[in-house]
Design a protein around this ligand. Sequence first.
Ligand code: HEM
Length: 495
Amino acid sequence: MLSVLAVAPYAIGLLAFAFIFFIGYPYVEYLRDPKGLRKYPNLHPISGFSAIPFMLMALRGFRSRELAELHKKHPVIRTGPNMLSYGDVRAIKDIYGHNTKCTKDSSYLITSGSHFNLADVVDKPDHARKRKVLSSAYALKNLESWEYKVTDKVQRMFKHFDEVCTMAPKEDVASGRVAPDQKDLTLDLRAWNNFFTLDAIADIGLSEKLGFLDQGNDMCTAERKDGSIYTTSLRNALYPTARKQSYILWNYDWYPALNKMVNVIPYFNEMQKAGDNWENIMWRRGNERLRRYEAGEKLDDFFQALMEDKNGIPNNLEWGEVVAECNIMMNAGSVTTAVAITNVMYQLLRNPRTLAKLREELDNVLDEDEYVADYDTIKHLPYLRACLDESMSAYVAHRDEGVFPNADQYIPERWLGEEGKSLQPYLIAFSAGARSCIGRNISYLEQTKAVASMVHRYEFALAYPGWELKREETMNLILKDMPVKIWRRNMEKIE
Ligand code: HEM
C-alpha cells in the first residue's frame, strides 16, 4: 500500500506530462493556428492537432487511394497538425517550381542516416552542392555509354524467361478472357523485374555483378561494422524499412522515440532487423567497391564519378557520404523502376488492344529475331513512351479528373500529340523542379529496353480473367507477386 502511494505522484506527473505533450499543447497550437491551416478541411475531426488518424490510414495500407477518394470533394485536406495533402495538379508549380519557397519536409531529416544523401538532404545549398557532384555521375552521356550493362541484364532475364516458357496455348488466353492452366504460371514477373533493376543499378553504379538474374533469387552478402559477413535477402531487407517508416513516421516529434519503442512488438522488431540488414548490405557494397578503387581499377561507373570529377580531381567526399549516395542509388534506383515495368506489363496484359498497338509500333522498327532492342531505335517511339507514362502513377495527382479524365482507365493515347505534350507538366511521377528525380533517364533507359524487348519476344497471360495486381503503400506503392504464363511469340504470324 505504501509503495503504491509512493509511486502515485510520479504516475500522476507522467500522465499530466503525457496529456500536455500529446493533447494539451497540440490543441493550443491548433487554436493559435500560427500557419493559418485551420481554414482547410480536416481528414478527421482531430487531424488539426493529431497525426493519429493519418497513421491509422497508413496502417490500412493504401493511404493514397483513400486520399484520392477524399480529394474528389476537397482539393486540399489537412492530414495532420503540420501536414496538408494537395489533390489539384495546379499546386505542382507552387510546391515544386524552381522559385518555390517550399523546402523538403523535416521527415527526411529524422529518417536520414549519419550522412545525408541527395534525396534526404533538406538544406538547399547543401543539396545544390551534392546535385552538382552527382549530376556528372547521372549525366546522359554516361547513360548512353552504360547501355551495354542494361542490355546484358535483359539478356540474362530472357535466359530465364526462355527456360520457363510454356507451350503456346490452344485457347486464346492472351486475350484475358480464358484462364491459363495454373501449372503454367511459371514466372513471377514482379520478382524478375526487380532482379533486373537491382542487377542493372548495381552494375551501372558500382560495376558489381550481383547475379540475381543468374541465381534466380536476391540473396547477397552483407557486412557488419565489425567486419563479419553473412548472406541475406536484399528485398527482404529493403522493403520492411520503408514499411516501418510509413506506419509510424507521421508525427515527427514522436518518431525518434516511437521508432525505438515499437521494437518491443515482434512485427516491428523484424522490420528493424531488416533495416539493419539493408545498412549492412550497402556497407558491404561500398567497401567492396572501395577496395577495387584503392587497388587502382578505373571502372566506368557511378562510384568513380562520386570519387573524382571527370579530370581525375578527387571530390573528397566523406566516406559516410559516399555510402549514403550509393545507398539511395540502389534503393531509389531499383524499387521504382521495377514497379514501373511491372505496372506497364500488367496494364498491357489487361488491355490486349493497347498491347497490339504497341507491338505494331515495335514490329515496324525491330527485326523479327531482335533479342534486346537497341535504345537508339526505340527511345523516340511515341506509343511506347505513352504506354510507360500512362502506367506511372503518382496516385493522387494523376487522379485529378480535370486533367486526367477516366484516370482509372489505361489510356496511353492521352500522352500523344499536342494534347499529350500539354500534359507533360503534370506528369509528377518523377516529382518536379530542383528536387526532381535525377535517375529519370536511367529509368527510361531500363524501362524502354525491358518493356520493348519483352513485348516483342514473348506472350504473357495473367493468372485468370479479372486477376488483379495487389499493391501496398509504404513509402512507395509497392507490388505483390505477379504470376504469369509466358510463351514465345509466334513471329511467323507477323505479316
Ligand atoms: C520509375 C522510376 C522512378 C520514379 C517514379 C522516381 C521517382 C522519384 C521521385 C518522386 C523523386 C522525388 C522524391 C522526393 O521528393 O522525396 C525522386 C528523386 C530521386 N530519385 Fe527517382 N525515381 C525513379 C527512378 C530512379 C532511379 C533509376 C534512380 C537512380 C539511379 C533514382 C534516384 C533518385 C534520386 C537520387 C532522387 C533525389 C533527387 C534530389 O533530391 O535531388 N530514381 N525520384
